[in-house]
Design a protein around this ligand. Sequence first.
Ligand code: SAM
Ligand code: SF4
Length: 325
Amino acid sequence: MTRLSDSFQRPLNYLRISVTDRCNLRCTYCMPSEGISLMPHEDILSYEEICIVARAAAELGIVKVRLTGGEPLVRAELTNLVAMLARIEGIDDISLTTNAVLLQCCADELKSAGLRRVNVSLDSLRSDRFQRITRVGNLDDVLGGIEAARQAGLDPVKTNTVVVRGMNDDEVLDFARLTIEDEWHVRFIEYMPFSNGKKMDHLLVPVSEMKQRIETLSKLEPSLSSGGGPARYFRLPGARGTIGFISPVSEHFCRSCNRLRLTADGKLRPCLFSDTEIDLREPLRQGAAADDIKRLIQEAASCKPEGHKLRAGITCERFMVQIGG
Ligand code: SAM
Ligand code: SF4
């Protein structure tokens, strides 16, 4: 097997697959109030097409895949895709990032199909605020989804909270407290200004500030990271759960970036923050051989930029909901 790496000798072993640009929520930090113009159904890769890409990627050294969206659980029969991916030799970790609204009904099936673990977006523990942030969501559905995931044995279940100043930053301590008595694994993510390039620095709460606030409870102790991703994990003394921090803006982790992204319409995106994309859909539909797909994946790897300039403000053609985080 050729180990996939980019021009800066970073090994790439992780593929994030967006399965849809549709979503049943409308989070204010992720998509504009008017919504987005949706991809025509025929532009979206079929599960068979996704698996051709995943197989080629696995032959190049990708071992982990994460399904994302939009909201991946709004795509019909997602369990079938998980089962298909689980049969690909070389892929040994399949995970899901979801808002969990629909997770109660399918957590068991997903686990049986081969899903290992799940990250759930949860930006507020207060029903009224949760609804304001998501524009339409119901907090109880999400809490029910988290419980169902645990019962199904998806492990670990982590929560992702995007901390936005003035929106939910006053809940950082409430989230941190959840980890004391119960095995909650909460992660705080710095808000990334997306798509319009406007300076949004006033909305950013740097991880250093989040930590400071949490340390008014007690000093954080480093904890072993799970999953090898960009999060740095800590624990309050004696706590059963963990607290993770992801700092794409204040201390970016480009140097250890190990990922490629596949959009729902079949573009390989080497960097979240760069609009450079390599089209796989047309070659797939014109019957490209596995070796051709592998060559395109290698081409995407070689276009991966060294890092992003988020602090200077970025303009992206896609909103986050169209990429998958
Ligand atoms: N719908 C699923 C969910 O919400 O988990 C998956 C897609 S969502 C785009 C993936 C991740 O991106 C979520 O954890 C979400 O919180 C994060 N995200 C979206 N917009 C963001 C932003 N502007 N800054 C930081 N994270 C963001
Ligand atoms: Fe949908 Fe996830 Fe974006 Fe919220 S963060 S709008 S749930 S894609």
